[in-house]
Design a protein around this ligand. Structure first.
Ligand SMILES: Nc1ncnc2c1ncn2[C@@H]1O[C@H](COP(=O)(O)OP(=O)(O)O)[C@@H](O)[C@H]1O
Ligand SMILES: [Mg+2]
Length: 473
């Protein structure tokens, strides 16, 4: 521009609150202005007038102009000036574009037009700059919104998980309380035995001859190894047969002895104990045997009950674990399903037959915590559809490099016209307070995160949700 105008200085100036800055300065000789140099406003600069009037200013020679002879640029020998304003797209002043010279200049109209053309170009650039900035801001806003959305989604998943756990709490409390109750009563039996019967046992044991002592121990051993899960009817039948056996062997009191033996859990194979059964104090012996059998049984139930409580606690811990690492880990799919089934044990035992078909699969790289939530939601929906009565079939198989998990319930089914909608967030057919409509939406999101798929097939009495997960080991 400076070359075209044959001037030492061609400038683009940018205005700030109290100063004006040289933004672009021509690389010409004798140019006294450096880039980024600033001059104070309200000092009578040429550019100030251009900006105030938003119009062109032409001063051919400031020294001959009373209004301009003392302006700051004159001190730099810049006595001639031609400048026009630069305007932001929002109509605010950006600054000026101008040419200055150290000699008198009367520019022909062509030069005036030329300067205006330069101005148009710079104004156009400003417009572009603004729209680019807007787009940048737009992109930033979008990224922030997306982040927020993701966080909300995570929160949603977390809160649904907690809600599911909330629904389960009553059942789980029961699952822990029941074994605790069993333990408490068993401990009571043992304590009672130690307090009341131990001394009697010792005295009694001493009173037995050596071979009878052996018989007695054998009797206890046989009692301990017996199946105790007989129905009352079976027990009655066995007792009758036992009474007959005893009578055949000419044992007195056959009926009461059979009764006592049955209490201990012995219904047959009595040959070994015949001498003991023929002893005159036989009933007393059996009574003490019975007390001991109770102690034996109590220790067995303590062990079973604590296993059961431990299993529930383990499932709970597994379920509520927070995978904060955000990385996939290698986990057993069926283990996750079993965790969920353990937590639903209380509902299941109210009348649900669970049928398992598990293919043995190697561990899968996945987010096990989130998959647990998938099984929870699907099992929860299935139990709800069956009102806790029916058959729940869970199949785990491998097919075409995918793990397939099919969860089938024998509930009422999903009407055709809503099958499309069930995966939508907030779609629910359950009464308020019982369903959020988020279950399947979350299930779908978690499965997408695993690059898997879910589909549903339903007819009255048979609804199957099939989850497929790609195997990436
Ligand atoms: N196993 C199923 N049997 C019948 N209907 C089902 C089953 N699973 C889901 N549905 C239907 O899909 C709807 C949405 O399920 P979901 O997203 O888990 O939300 P919610 O369980 O809170 O209603 C349920 O309200 C129900 O109508
Ligand atoms: Mg649900």
């Amino acid at each position: 521009m400076a070359d075209l105008f044959e001037v030492p200085a061609g400038l683009i100036m940018k205005v700030h609150s109290t100063q004006i800055e040289v933004l672009v300065s021509s690389q010409t000789e004798d140019n006294p202005y450096d880039v980024h140099e600033k001059a104070d406003l309200n000092t009578g600069l040429y550019c100030e007038t251009v900006m105030a009037q938003r119009d062109e200013l032409h001063v051919p020679n400031a020294l001959e102009d009373i209004e301009w002879k003392d302006n700051p640029d004159v001190k730099l020998q810049m006595i001639s000036y031609l400048g026009v304003p630069l305007i932001w797209p929002n109509n605010q002043i950006f600054g000026t574009i101008c040419v200055l010279d150290n000699k008198t200049r009367h520019y022909a109209s062509l030069y005036h037009a030329l300067l205006w053309q330069f101005k148009e170009i710079v104004d156009g650039d400003l417009k572009l700059l603004v729209s680019e900035r807007k787009q940048e801001q737009h992109a930033k806003d979008l990224a922030i919104a997306l982040d927020r959305l993701k966080a909300t989604q995570e929160e949603l998943i977390q809160s649904e998980k907690m809600a599911a756990l909330g629904h389960l709490v009553a059942g789980i409390a029961h699952e822990i309380n029941t074994p605790l109750g069993a333990i408490r009563s068993s401990v009571g039996h043992i304590a009672h035995f130690i307090d009341q019967d131990l001394k009697r046992l010792l005295v009694f044991f001493h009173s037995l001859s050596e071979p009878r002592q052996q018989d007695f121990l054998a009797l206890l051993q046989q009692a301990a190894s017996r199946n105790t899960n007989l129905s009352t009817r079976d027990k009655r039948k066995l007792k009758k047969a036992l009474t007959l056996q005893l009578q055949e062997r000419a044992i007195e009191n056959a009926a009461s002895i059979a009764e006592h033996l049955a209490k201990i859990g012995i219904y047959d194979d009595i040959e070994a104990f015949l001498p003991l059964l023929k002893a005159p104090d036989c009933l007393a012996i059996l009574e003490i045997g019975y007390q001991l059998a109770i102690v034996q049984k109590s220790t067995r139930s303590i062990s079973l009950a604590s296993d059961r409580a431990a299993k529930t606690i383990f499932a709970l811990k597994n379920f509520a674990r927070f995978d904060s690492s955000g990385e996939k880990i290698s986990a057993d799919i069926t283990e996750g399903i079993e965790t969920v089934l353990t937590l639903y044990q209380n509902q299941l035992k109210q009348g649900v037959d669970v049928i398992r078909h598990y293919a043995s699969l190697p561990p899968l790289l996945c987010y096990p915590d989130e998959l647990n939530q998938v099984w929870t939601n699907l099992v929860h929906n299935a139990l709800y559809a069956m009102t806790n009565k029916g058959t729940l079939t869970i199949e785990v198989a491998e097919q075409d490099n995918q793990v397939l998990v099919c969860i089938t319930d024998s509930g009422a089914g999903i009407p055709d016209n809503i099958q499309q909608k069930i995966f939508e967030a907030f779609f629910t057919t359950k009464p308020p307070g019982e369903g959020s409509g988020l279950g399947l939406d979350i299930v779908q999101k978690i499965i997408k995160k695993h690059e898997g798929a879910i589909r549903v097939e339903s007819e009255p009495g048979q609804t199957t949700f099939t989850v497929s997960l790609p195997i990436t080991r």
